[in-house]
Ligand binder design. Structure first.
Ligand code: ADP
Ligand code: MG
Length: 407
């Protein structure tokens, strides 16, 4: 359905690209919709639309869009698409729920949400690109409990239904991305956006060497909507099918950690990224306080490869309103230059790991039996293999649910 832009009535502007609207001119119809507006590049919007329109429905995946919003522009004979309308789920997002009610969430809810989310990801394996790179608590929103459940007062009647949304498949914050994805993203970011020409050249050359089809041309992956079935995230599209399934488990493990620990983010206020979203939590991934042992084990396996499991720290940490070198929290005499040095050193090390991994995983050194693979590359490969399948996760959750019901 095409809906003219000027028929929309703004009810509430929720988020930079998200507004709650009504369609004007419909007698007595006060239905609220989410208007997801086109912000910058059109290809992500088209990809999301294509996915939403082509996917088979699933109870834990956002419903097909209600309509396209069209706007005429002076000089253009045809109106253009400026966004689309979605069913409004009452929410809140999983992130918000964990923030406001984390400690009060019951074990039955935690198990049920996790199993429903796993079921959504299993469904997605057979739809579109077969993976969901943006899996994180603010892309999960709650629907009202279904009427059927309420009527029957089943043991799950109070358990709500999490819904996955946001199918642009752009990619996610580094917190949720496994190293094998982040590593390619670092190199691409430097090749495309570094302020220094030399750096751009260096990383462009490195990427071309390891991925001959890569190009710094803006939008080389965006060429054609029709052959971009896999989406526009280069790091994810470079993974094999098995690699994608393994990468998917990483964010899943972190979300499991948030659900079972009852906290909104793996990075509490100690991490630098928390300047963006300041959660009041004293706990960081991978510290366990509330997860049952079987869940702890599962989270460990899903997130194998996370730096937090090794000896490497994050270089700098947040200390109130400042960023200081790791371990120097609460020191009065820390200069900005020291924090910058610590951050630079950390990134130099991280980039060296990334460059080497990409060369051994994709480039000319891949598959060569005559050269010794660096230990961190071999370790990451082993870690990736440790990550379980979604089916294994479901089995663990079902077993725990059965145990929980009988106690
Ligand atoms: N259909 C919806 N129902 C309820 N809330 C929604 C819906 N779509 C989006 N939102 C809210 O808007 C936020 C941003 O939407 P999203 O599709 O994730 O866009 P972005 O690409 O900007 O992350 C979500 O985190 C969620 O809080
Ligand atoms: Mg989002």
């Amino acid at each position: 359905m095409a809906i003219p832009w000027d028929s929309l009535k703004l009810v509430f502007h929720a988020h930079e690209n998200i507004s709650i609207v009504q369609i004007g001119g419909l007698a007595d119809d006060e239905t609220l919709f989410v208007f997801k507006a086109l912000m910058e590049e059109t290809h992500y919007m088209y990809h999301e639309l294509r996915l939403l329109l082509s996917m088979k429905s699933h109870p834990n995946i956002i419903a097909r869009p209600h309509g396209l919003v069209m706007k005429s522009r002076q000089g253009d004979s045809e109106p253009g698409i400026v966004g689309f309308l979605l069913q409004l789920y009452p929410g809140p997002t999983l992130q918000r729920k964990l923030q406001i009610a984390g400690p009060t969430i019951t074990m039955a809810e935690k198990l049920s949400w996790s199993r429903q989310l796993a079921s959504a990801l299993i469904h997605l394996r057979t739809q579109g690109p077969g993976y969901f790179p943006d899996f994180k608590p603010n892309n999960i929103v709650f629907a009202e409990p279904s009427a059927a459940n309420e009527l029957h007062h089943t043991p799950t009647s109070s358990v709500t239904r999490p819904i996955l949304l946001d199918f642009e498949q752009r990619g996610t914050w580094y917190t949720w991305a496994p190293p094998e994805v982040r590593y390619i993203e670092y190199l691409e970011l430097l090749a495309l956006t570094s302020g220094e020409g030399q750096i751009r050249q260096r990383y462009t050359a490195l990427l071309k060497q390891n991925f001959p089809h890569w190009s710094p041309e803006p939008g080389f992956l965006k060429r054609s909507i029709s052959n971009a079935r896999d989406g526009y995230n280069f790091a994810w599209t470079s993974l094999t099918e098995e690699g994608r399934a393994k990468a998917q488990m990483y964010a899943f493990g972190k979300v499991l950690w948030c659900i079972f620990e009852g906290v909104p983010s793996p990075d509490g206020p100690r991490r630098v990224e928390s300047f963006l979203e300041d959660f009041q939590q004293n706990q960081n991934f991978p510290e366990f306080q509330a997860s049952p042992p079987a869940i702890q084990q599962l989270i460990r396996r899903c997130t194998a490869g996370a730096l937090d499991w090794g000896s490497q720290n994050s270089g700098v940490v947040r200390d109130g309103d400042r960023i200081v070198p790791w371990g120097r929290e609460a020191c009065a005499h820390v200069t900005a230059a020291e924090a910058q040095d610590a951050a630079t050193q950390w990134w130099q090390n991280e980039l060296a790991l990334a460059e080497e991994f990409v060369q051994y995983q994709y480039g000319s050194r891949n598959g060569r039996e005559d050269i010794v693979v660096p230990e961190h590359v071999a370790q990451l490969r082993r870690d990736i293999q440790k990550r379980p399948s979604l089916e294994e996760v479901v089995n663990v959750l079902l077993a725990l649910e059965a145990q929980h019901e009988t106690t």
